[in-house]
Design a protein around this ligand. Structure first.
Ligand code: GRF
Length: 202
């Protein structure tokens, strides 16, 4: 399965997906890495690995117009799935509709808790025993689609947001490549996604 990855900066989750794709038995390949910042460090890393890249600032463009530029790049690259990996943009409903049930995102919290930003600080402030990460189907609402996989990460007494984010990133990298591989390999049974949605609703 051909996957396009959208990033905004460092791209360590993109790198994790990319390295996992080098395994002979990986059911997906990355055909494009695109960023809403031409200077995103992740673009240089992807290019060095021989992956097609595209970088353009979204500044000065209407949301739907920028998304259409990205969409055209994804289609031209032959992508059939999209993996958002540290892509710090809310997507237009038109873009989401064009990739319905074929676009995933990784979010650094145990959804549905802590949608949005500053997730680790919020978990620490709440006195939670764990934070974690979630891979979910992308819908028009922020961080809100059916959850396909999660990894809890214990919060240590002396953790701050930075130490917790760094440790959670290890879990993100493992979770994302495993969940994306499972998702693109799912038996073509239409109920697969329905069952996943039902499970995540339990
Ligand atoms: C990751 O923690 C991801 O969950 C969040 O932003 C961070 C992006 O890091 N959305 P990277 O660009 O994948 O290194």
């Amino acid at each position: 399965a051909k996957v396009g990855v959208l990033i905004s900066g460092r791209g360590s989750n993109m790198a994790a997906l990319l390295y996992a794709a080098k395994a002979d038995d990986c059911p997906y390949e990355i055909v494009l890495v695109a960023a809403n910042d031409p200077d995103a460090p992740g673009l240089k890393l992807a290019a060095a690995e021989g992956i097609a890249t595209f970088g353009q600032s979204h500044k000065g463009l209407k949301r739907a117009d920028f998304d259409q530029i990205i969409n055209a790049q994804l289609r031209a690259a032959g992508a059939h799935y999209v993996a958002l990996a540290g892509y710090m943009r809310l997507l237009s409903p038109e873009f989401v509709a064009g990739w319905e049930e074929r676009m995933l995102n990784i979010h650094p919290s145990l959804l549905p808790k802590y949608k949005g930003l500053d997730t680790h600080q919020r978990a620490i402030d709440a006195g939670d025993s764990h934070t974690g990460c979630s891979v979910h189907i992308v819908t028009a609402a922020l961080d809100d689609g059916p959850v396909l996989g999660q990894t809890p990460v214990a919060i240590l007494p002396d953790d701050d947001a930075d130490t917790l984010a760094a440790r959670t990133l290890i879990a993100e990298h493992q979770l994302y490549s495993r969940t994306l591989a499972a998702f693109v390999s799912r038996e073509r049974h239409p109920d697969w996604l329905l069952n996943k949605v039902r499970e995540s609703a339990l």
